[in-house]
Design a protein around this ligand. Structure first.
Ligand code: SDX
Length: 431
């Protein structure tokens, strides 16, 4: 944290407080209010944390006005074009781009942890076939702490490292198993001779009855989707992982908590909700009806895949994904996909509409990811599991940063209490 030279003066009632201001390497200054309650006997009030920095971090920076997303300082569009997911994992985990040798060693470590304990398959058989894959992933990832006892001690850096690699390696296997279970097809084991994205596609779409050849354009698009979802500062699910980790909970339980939070339609569940919305709209001529509903204060309907808490310009990930969507759909010969036509016309209509311009509502990462995933053959129920497996490295990197911070304390927000003040119990016969 930078040495403070600046202060904020706060006066209320008979109190005069001078609070330190810290300047970041990028983004707004912060006012350190840690002494506010002890010296001022007041809390701050910020539901949704719209103006609250809950931690300091060196991993990811977002400039919502410029539409900028940096991972350890590298712009997301450069990483999406020039890097690949496991190299971005290394960057997020260790802070620098790896040498060729370090990258090979890291990729080998991940590759050799992709299988899950054979007994974990029994968990899947306890679920209904129509269970949502996110329900399965939340349960199975949490249950990893019942199997991998040698990587639960968060005070041991070596165990933290092993748990981190295990989760990055095994989440695709678990997600693919959840998909296979929902289809009634047999699980497909990972292969060590395939890259990360190709392995995932094969585990999802291969069947024992025939060989499966991975299409390099599809695996490149899959890898790019993983990269674009890898981390995103202190979003809801990352904050969930940090808060769970602040109690000393084991890493598998923390990541399971992040998966549960990501599932919400306002967050990672938006890609599934967005595609279902596009299908409900169905044809271009029905777009005005839905735009009107999204603007109607009396209608709870929102355009899924639009808007963002931080991006008040464009989401740089959506820009990259829009290009990938065109490539994948052209490859698959579905560039005239009616859903894509609706998506493109909806995007144009929304951006041209004053309501969306005034409220700075632009397509976000979820708007195009669902279109690509559907074109690749995934059901909408698999969209958020793919987001979850991509974001696992971000959650783990942020968790490791927090655990490694000597000043780390258990997170425990306060409240603005609006309930009854103290009153005596009334016996039932007197009520
Ligand atoms: C992700 O935080 C992250 O970084 C998340 C994420 C990540 O990588 O981790 O980027 C991933 O979650 C992307 C967002 C996916 N969600 C959606 O696409 C769902 C639809 N979007 C909205 O629900 C909403 O835009 C949020 C939740 C994304 C952001 O909500 P905010 O910042 O809390 O904004 P808000 O709800 O206060 O809305 C501000 C105004 C409101 O109108 P007023 O009350 O001021 O009149 O904008 C309106 C809202 O009604 N509005 C929308 C809208 N989103 C906001 N109106 C119509 N359609 C929308 N999509």
């Amino acid at each position: 944290m930078s040495d403070t030279k600046k202060t904020a003066k706060l006066s209320f009632g008979d109190k005069e407080l001078e609070l330190p201001i810290y300047s970041p390497t990028a983004g707004p200054d912060v006012i350190d209010i840690r002494r506010l309650y002890a010296e001022g006997d007041v809390f701050t009030y910020d539901p949704g944390f719209t103006s609250t920095a809950a931690c300091d971090s060196t991993i990811t920076f977002i400039d919502g006005e410029k539409g900028e997303l940096l991972h350890r300082g590298y712009p997301i569009d450069q990483l999406a074009e020039k890097s690949h997911y496991l190299e971005v994992c290394y960057l997020l985990l260790y802070g620098e781009l790896p040498s060729a040798n370090d990258l090979e060693e890291f990729e080998n470590r991940v590759t050799r942890h992709t299988m899950v304990h054979e007994q974990m398959m029994n968990f899947f058989r306890g679920f209904r076939r129509d269970a949502h894959p996110m329900a399965i992933m939340t349960g199975v990832v949490g249950a990893m702490s019942a199997f991998y006892h040698d990587s639960l001690d968060i005070t041991d850096p070596q165990q933290r490292e092993v748990a981190s690699v295990r989760m990055i390696a095994k989440l695709p296997t678990i997600a693919a198993m959840a998909f296979k279970y929902s289809t009634g097809q047999p699980f497909v084991y990972p292969r060590n001779d395939l890259d990360y994205a190709s392995n995932f596609l094969r585990m999802c779409f291969a069947v024992p009855a025939e060989d499966y050849e991975v299409n390099p354009i599809l695996s490149r698009a899959m890898d790019r989707i993983f990269t674009l979802h890898a981390d995103h500062e202190q979003n809801a699910s990352t904050s969930t992982v940090r808060l769970a980790g602040s109690s000393g909970a084991n890493p598998f339980a923390c990541i399971a908590a992040g998966i549960a939070c990501l599932w919400g339609p306002a967050h990672g569940g938006a890609n599934q909700a967005c595609l279902e919305m596009l299908k409900e709209i169905g044809t271009v001529d029905r777009i005005p009806e839905y735009i009107a509903r999204a603007k109607d204060k009396n209608d709870s309907f929102r355009l899924m895949g639009f808007g963002h808490r931080v991006y008040k310009n464009f989401d740089p990930r959506a820009t990259v994904l829009k290009q990938s969507a065109d490539e994948v759909l052209e490859l698959l010969g579905v560039e005239n996909n009616p859903i894509l036509q609706v998506a493109k016309e909806l995007e144009k209509a929304a951006i041209a509409d004053p309501y969306f311009a005034e409220k700075k509502l632009f397509p976000n990462v979820d708007f195009y990811s669902g279109i690509i995933l559907e074109a690749m053959g995934f059901p909408t129920s698999m969209f958020t599991p793919i987001f979850a497996l991509s974001r696992t490295v971000g959650w783990i990197s942020q968790w490791k940063e927090m655990i490694g911070d000597p000043g780390q304390k258990i997170g425990r927000p306060r409240q603005l209490y609006q309930g009854e003040t103290s009153r005596d119990y009334v016996d039932v016969e007197k009520r």
